[in-house]
Design a protein around this ligand. Structure first.
Ligand code: ADP
Length: 538
């Protein structure tokens, strides 16, 4: 056995715990760690902003059930990830952020990008910690990854000071580390499932609501079987779409308001009664509605309304058991009864309203017309990423999802700017798991602006194990961004071109200019007497 440095041990630990993707931006002190990730066989995707990198990492977490890693430098880089951390934690998606930090002997004396990152991350994490020494890195990685996935999924943060990343230790003093075990399955209490079945059987106006928890739980077969057998009407939340196909005849999406308002019994599967579902309260819900709540998180039970039956359980076993009881009682909800008639009528009335708008192609175009025509051109079952208020709301109603985890949007936190990062993650997922599938990112103008530069990440998306983490595209034509406004930018490779460009730019008042100057990728500072920032004594 030889010795090993913190960078390699950290990368190796991530690989051993099943991490596949690292998204980030490298710089001091995490450049070598980015390289170590690739050496250990992880995919590294260099992005344009850490926030978008964090969105990408959590989308991979949602799509694969294993957290992606977001890598950031200390201080500002780390702080950019906080919006992403919060978004993951609030969406209940697994993600692990790794932040470089100032060397410990520079702490407290104004170190470069010194920042109390562990405390800043803590409110948005299930686990936020700094491994105190190199040999303890694997233990903290295991714990962080485990907490992102076990129980209700969420975010974790690990803080790595420069001196710990670069320090070498004998491999023999690193304690052996076990792999994160399989996610424990939580089974429902049978008497509660029995109670839920009785309640559904007695309901006059039952409704199933399918949330993104059901998508995360990969419970599509169980939930679809339940709907098929019982013939119950269902509604999906935005990211619950596709768990049961949108085209399923029991989908009553166009009658959403009526269904919520008049249902007397709601089977709530992996969805919270938060703002997205109007808190489960009047006037949007009946004051007498009986909620059968199925959620893995005990603390979520009875939140906002007192559920008639609140069951802490994984969705799959709960729905399986519920269906078994309903089948044994031969319970099928009759399609000819009043509730179905009411819902069907409302669906067809509302569909014709939307259809009229979809066919109105006068310009400037309206959303319904655009989405209707987009939908006709979409390939089969794309992953649809969507953000922007109207873009998302109207798109949700018009664009269909017939497969689970095929819609990614601003989510529970209503975060704008998630789109490009989500799309990058979805495209990587497709590359490895569904090569013929397409990703379509439907962005509102404002939403696009938040992370629009990630278009460059999309363009240079190859070589995730080979292109060095510090690499940026050599000659991206940034000056062409001026053409967005009908103006010219300047592209320079020589000093005369540079001189002309500067003169031209300064001659124009009250307008921005872009001068894009190509510098040799091997150009660097002249040799320095002292190593910059790396003279930590630890
Ligand atoms: P939506 O936005 O679609 O309404 P939410 O994110 O509000 O969905 O709710 C998802 C819920 O699903 C969370 O309360 C979460 O605890 C729960 N959940 C996640 N995974 C599972 C699982 N495997 N089994 C049961 N519930 C789960």
């Amino acid at each position: 056995m030889g010795d090993i440095d913190g960078n390699t041990l950290l990368a190796r630990s991530l690989k051993e715990q099943g991490v596949e993707y690292v998204f980030g931006i490298v710089g001091f002190p995490v450049i070598e760690f980015g390289m170590a990730c690739q050496m250990e066989g992880l995919h590294y995707i260099g992005m344009r902003n850490e926030q978008a990198a964090c969105y990408a990492a959590q989308a991979i977490g949602y799509l694969t059930g294993k957290p992606g890693v977001c890598l950031a430098v200390s201080g500002p880089g780390f702080l950019h990830t906080v919006g992403g951390l919060a978004n993951a934690q609030i969406n209940c998606w697994p993600v692990l952020v790794i932040g470089g930090a100032v060397a410990q002997d520079h702490e407290g004396i104004g170190g470069f990008q010194e920042c109390n990152q562990v405390e800043l991350a803590r409110p948005y994490c299930k686990y936020s910690a700094r491994p105190p020494s190199v040999p303890l890195i694997p233990m903290h990685v295991e714990k962080a990854i485990r907490l992102t996935m076990y129980g209700r999924p969420g975010a974790a943060y690990l803080d790595l000071p420069a001196n710990i990343l670069s320090q070498r230790v004998l491999e023999e003093i690193v304690p052996a580390q076990y792999k994160v075990g399989p996610i424990p399955v939580i089974y429902p209490q049978p008497s509660l499932i029995e109670k839920a079945a009785n309640m559904l059987i007695q309901a006059k106006r039952p409704l199933v609501i399918v949330g993104k928890g059901a998508a995360y739980a990969r419970a599509e077969t169980e939930v679809t079987n339940l709907v098929n057998y019982t013939n119950l009407p269902f509604l999906a939340t935005p990211m619950g779409k596709g768990v049961v196909p949108d085209v399923h005849r029991n989908s009553i999406a166009p009658a959403r308001s009526l269904a919520l308002q008049q249902a007397d019994c709601i089977l709530l599967i992996g969805a919270r009664l938060n703002w997205i579902l109007h808190f489960g309260r009047p006037p949007r819900f009946s004051p007498d509605v009986k909620v059968i709540q199925i959620d893995i998180c005990a603390e979520e039970l009875n939140n906002s309304v007192n559920s008639a039956v609140a069951i802490q359980t994984d969705i799959k076993p709960a729905i399986l058991q519920l269906l078994q009881i309903l089948e044994s009682r031969k319970y099928v909800f009759d399609r000819k009864n009043d509730w179905w008639n009411q819902l069907n009528k409302k669906c067809s009335d509302n569909r014709s309203g939307a259809q009229a708008m979809a066919l109105d192609v006068s310009t400037p175009l309206n959303y319904y017309a655009v989405f209707h025509h987009l939908q006709q051109l979409f390939p089969q079952n794309p992953i649809i990423v969507s953000e922007g208020a109207n873009t998302m709301d109207i798109g949700r109603a018009v664009l269909t999802n017939n497969l689970p985890r095929h819609r990614l949007d601003a989510g529970t936190f209503g975060t704008m700017g998630v789109g490009p990062g989500f799309a990058i993650a979805a495209a990587l997922w497709c590359r490895h798991y569904a090569p013929n599938k397409r990703v379509i990112c439907v962005e509102g103008d404002s939403a696009f602006g938040f992370s629009g530069m990630e278009i460059e990440t999309m363009e240079s998306g190859e070589g995730t194990r080979t292109v060095p983490p510090t690499t940026l595209a050599f000659s991206t034509r940034y000056e062409k961004m001026m053409e967005l406004f009908g103006k010219q930018g300047h592209f320079c490779e020589t000093i005369p071109e540079l001189q002309n460009a500067v003169k031209a730019a300064l001659s124009v008042e009250d307008s921005p200019s872009i001068i894009n100057i190509i510098i040799s990728p091997s150009a660097d500072r002249r040799p320095q007497t002292f190593a910059w920032l790396t003279e930590s004594k630890l």
